[in-house]
Design a protein. Structure first.
Ligand SMILES: Nc1nc2c(ncn2[C@@H]2O[C@H](COP(=O)(O)OP(=O)(O)OP(=O)(O)O)[C@@H](O)[C@H]2O)c(=O)[nH]1
Ligand SMILES: [Mg+2]
Length: 304
């Protein structure tokens, strides 16, 4: 299966909603534009973007005399693509690099760490996973399982340890092993919890300080927010809070296989001007894809 097909499969449910309105058989009338705007809003693009996109597309359709479903789909995909930010580098492949995974409970952080570790390991990188979720029961064991699947060592301390100290140890170990890529899993937390966000800011600071002193030279540290696409518009509030507290470097959207709301990816990318680094399209180790805004938008609207 090619990337576009795989992505299309993942975004099936998002596209179905748009499919309905594109079966208009002939006239592009007022109802069509209203339905389009509603569908974009329902798909979690947010009211502002949905209105902007619909207005722009309507102008374009008039100017260029776009009439067929295919023409409109393609134009819609192109318009949506403009909202995405392209990453300057891919810090999972441009190593050395240390990446902290943050997000609310159950977003898919641990699973994503496992998937990325596996892909990087297969790609010949020397990877170390760090387990800074010392809070949730069985979190360390869960990460151990992913480490084993990926064939990557996991650095951990006892449950209840201070997560910032664990990160320090993880970097010590990564440094000793000459790791290229360090992936650190953190405990899920609500973006509305000031104490837990402060704790996380400390985790990031300590990691940064230790990473600067690596034997082979300073290792850049990046903070990535993992968002479950199914959380809908709340994903936007999460992204804003995490970004304010930590200064995010990118986003990973998970569970795009199980939601009709792929539009949240666009809403977050547009609002925070942050790149989407990977997307999760299933629970298996291979269900992670590079994000390609062009393919994503075409798959989202079903453009050929
Ligand atoms: N369908 C689907 N399920 C996913 C995806 N990513 C993660 N999951 C599932 O989501 C659930 C939570 O994933 P975790 O990786 O444990 O999430 P987490 O953010 O580490 O959770 P906490 O550590 O409790 O905050 C698991 O059942 C995963 O299998 C995805 O892309 N698609
Ligand atoms: Mg976890």
């Amino acid at each position: 299966m090619g990337l576009f097909d795989a992505l299309s499969h993942g975004l099936e449910r998002s596209r179905e909603a748009l499919n309905e309105i594109f079966y208009f058989g002939g006239e592009v009338d007022e109802d069509f534009w209203e339905d389009l705007e509603d569908t974009l809003v329902m798909g979690d693009m947010g009211a502002e973007i949905s209105m902007q996109v619909t207005d722009d597309l309507r102008d374009l359709a008039a100017r260029k005399n776009l009439r067929t479903a295919n023409q409109l789909r393609r134009a819609l995909a192109e318009r949506l693509e403009e909202y995405f930010v392209h990453p300057e580098t891919d810090f999972f492949s441009d190593t050395p690099s240390c990446v902290l995974f943050v997000g609310i409970n159950g977003a898919g952080k641990t699973t994503t760490v496992g998937k990325i570790a596996s892909a990087a390991h297969e790609g010949g990188k020397r990877v170390v996973i760090g387990s800074a979720d010392t809070f949730r029961a069985a979190a360390i064991e869960q990460l151990d399982v992913w480490g084993e699947r990926a064939g990557v060592p996991v650095v951990k301390r006892d449950r209840g340890s201070d997560p910032a100290s664990v990160c320090y140890d993880v970097l010590d170990e990564a440094d000793a092993q000459g790791a290229d890529l360090v992936l650190i899993d953190t405990a899920g937390r609500l973006h509305t919890s000031a104490d837990l966000m402060r704790e996380l800011a400390k985790v990031v600071n300590v990691t940064r300080r230790r990473a600067e002193k690596c034997e082979a030279g300073p290792m850049p540290v990046h903070v990535v927010l993992v968002i479950d696409a199914g959380t809908g518009q709340n994903g936007l509030a999460q992204a804003e809070e995490f970004n304010n507290s930590l200064g995010l470097d990118g986003i990973i959207m998970t569970k795009l296989d199980g939601t009709a709301k792929g539009g949240i990816a666009l809403a977050v990318a547009a609002k925070l001007k942050l790149p989407i680094l990977r997307i999760g399209v299933g629970e298996r180790i291979e269900d992670l894809q590079a994000f390609d805004a062009h393919d994503f938008c075409r798959a989202l609207v079903g453009a050929a």
